[in-house]
Design a protein around this ligand. Structure first.
Ligand SMILES: [Zn+2]
Length: 311
């Protein structure tokens, strides 16, 4: 069975201004490279729907969702831009993009659970893993991966899901939402110290946090993943695996100083897929988080997708 590729043109319309690394061109770089590599034709292309705000409410507080909706709708109607925090701003395209990004994650989850596809990758923005229950942060508005994971549990009735986060930055928002929820095991590594300077001490027993010093290379990170993630994932036996797929730990990415290359993303994806194949009928939903060096981002996504689609 195939791999689905979810995206939407609305995800391009969110723009945080000239020079901002989280730019619409990221999605073009990914898609252009997939076409050039002949991978595009092997994927099932799906348009991301708008999210149902009830799903968003499974991960965020009611007041946060209402307030964000009201502010982003006003910005969309008024044609202006507004800063939410020093790193995160909105333009008239943000509201639809945020709904499409979370909508992709939820729709991909349904498609995988329903057996329409084996697994899915969501090429979406804004990213999500820094958005906490009640705050925008670090380019993120809705926590796409946490919304999808909760949808799988609360709406689709799964009992145990894993979240794997290999972005160079700590997924503090996802941790804020899922810490203490024993139905979810979250495993991550991240450069430390680095923005958002959290994660050194996990907030719950269901979090495996691996803080990694700058300039660590792929082989050392693979050893840590093998020793620290794999036994816990194996023991947890997730029924579905969600990936916060940030590619900013790539050695060419200036937002972090880790030394991963495409082969490392391929390896990590294989290890995660092994777990999913053994325990979760292969069910994986992967959502784009960071990755700002456009060429490295595109090559790394291709490596990730080759493993997911078994090409
Ligand atoms: Zn990041």
């Amino acid at each position: 069975m195939p791999t689905a590729f979810y995206t939407h043109p609305d995800c391009h319309a969110h723009d945080m201004g000239a020079g901002h690394p989280e730019c619409p061109q990221r999605l073009d770089a990914i898609h252009d490279h997939l076409i050039a590599q002949g991978l595009d034709a092997a994927l099932v292309h799906r348009e991301a729907p708008l999210v149902d705000l009830r799903d968003v409410g499974l991960a965020h507080t009611t007041s946060y969702v209402a307030e964000l909706k009201s502010r982003l709708e006003q910005i969309a109607a008024g044609g202006q831009t507004a800063a939410f925090d020093p790193d995160t701003s909105a333009n008239p395209g943000t509201w639809k993009a945020a709904q499409r990004a979370a909508g992709a994650a939820v729709a991909a989850t349904d498609a995988v659970i329903d057996g329409e596809v084996d697994n899915a990758f969501c090429s979406i923005r804004p990213p999500g893993h820094h958005a906490t229950r009640d705050e925008t942060m670090g380019f993120c508005f809705f926590n796409n991966i946490a919304i999808a994971a909760r949808h799988a549990l609360d709406v689709r009735g799964l009992k145990r899901v894993a979240i794997v986060d290999f972005d160079v930055h700590h997924g503090n928002g996802t941790e804020d939402i899922v810490a203490g929820d024993d139905r979810i095991l979250m495993v991550s590594f991240f450069q430390h110290p680095l923005y958002p300077y959290s994660g050194g001490v996990p907030k719950g027993d269901n979090m495996i946090n691996l803080p990694i010093p700058p300039y660590t290379r792929g082989m050392e990170i693979r050893e840590l993943v093998e020793a620290m993630w794999m036994p816990r994932l194996e023991e947890f036996r997730p029924q579905m695996v969600f990936i916060s797929a940030g590619f900013d730990a790539h050695r060419e990415d200036d937002l972090g100083q880790l030394g991963l290359v495409e082969a490392d993303y391929e390896w990590i994806t294989m290890r995660v897929k092994d777990i999913a194949d053994r325990h979760a009928q292969g069910r994986i939903v992967s959502c784009l988080e960071g990755g700002y060096a456009l060429s490295a981002l595109a090559r790394s996504v291709a490596a990730h997708l080759r493993v997911l689609a078994e090409i």
